[in-house]
Write a protein that binds this ligand. Structure first.
Ligand code: 0O2
Length: 233
């Protein structure tokens, strides 16, 4: 996995004003690409191990699936401008410091109650630093969006050096993810502009789906009769 604008000459065409040589720009892009894609590999592996061990101990796999992505270079620069980072193409250190979702991983869990279980198990690992948490489960966004966002710094070991690299993790239940994917698709199709009626309908759908998420959890507990089984996490 690497940035879509991988070659310095293409980046230079789109983002004029880089003060160094093509080789220096290429080196900067390659280093960022390696760092962030490696951080995603580390996290995917660790989440997979937690899920396997959970299955071994409780005969249950909380993670349904995982999806990772690197922001495109174009989208990183667009966000840097939105964050008012001065001359971002010549200030990639500030870009890396300020933009914490260059690497992102979406962890889709079966039930809402699994999100905090998985996040706590990951944050318990000593060499993973928590940078920030935004819990949109209890307090959804105005749109109706629900998810648990956790930004962590993970250790990446390269030849002779270690760096902590930030990754944004979005923990969602299957139901939360279904709504977010459809809403994103509709917004994207309509170039981000939806009428108030549509926005209201989508919010109502989010609320109905939240009730369904809660009911599914209850049904699950009735079937498994294990109400407090995972309360230690
Ligand atoms: P992508 O490609 O999904 O990453 P900022 O990141 O600066 O915009 P903030 O407050 O740091 O703002 O981010 P926030 O709102 O905590 O999380 C942003 C990400 O959450 C978005 O990423 C979406 O993935 C998701 N998200 C937030 N709100 C909504 C929403 O209303 N609907 C949907 N479908 N997703 C949402 P990006 O950057 O948009 O894109």
């Amino acid at each position: 996995m690497s940035f879509r604008y991988y070659y310095a000459d293409r980046v230079r065409e789109q983002f004029t004003g880089f003060k160094g040589t093509d080789e220096e720009l290429q080196e900067a892009i390659d280093s960022m690409s390696l760092m962030y894609s490696s951080a995603l590999k580390v996290l995917e592996t660790r989440l997979g191990i937690i899920s396997d061990d959970f299955d071994k101990k409780h005969s249950y796999m909380p993670i349904h699936h995982v999806h990772s992505r690197l922001k495109t270079f174009e989208s990183i620069m667009e966000k840097a401008n939105r964050y008012e980072i001065e001359d971002p193409i010549n200030n990639l250190d500030a870009v890396r410091r300020e933009i914490l979702d260059i690497a992102g991983i979406r962890v889709i869990c079966n039930y809402e109650e699994d999100l905090h279980t998985m996040s706590n198990l990951l944050l318990d690992q000593e060499d993973i630093d928590m940078i920030k948490v935004k819990d949109y489960c209890d307090k959804p966004k105005e749109s109706g969006y629900r998810s648990l966002h956790v930004v962590v710094a993970v250790p990446v070991y390269l030849v002779g050096m270690m760096k902590k690299v930030p990754v944004e993790i979005q923990f969602r239940s299957i139901v939360m993810d279904a709504w977010a994917s459809l809403e994103h698709e509709l917004r994207y199709k309509n170039k981000g502009e939806l009428t108030q009626d549509i926005v209201d309908s989508l919010k109502e759908c989010a609320e109905s789906l939240h009730s369904i998420d809660e009911r599914l959890s209850k049904v699950r507990h009735e079937v498994l009769k294990d109400d407090n089984k995972y309360s230690d996490y």
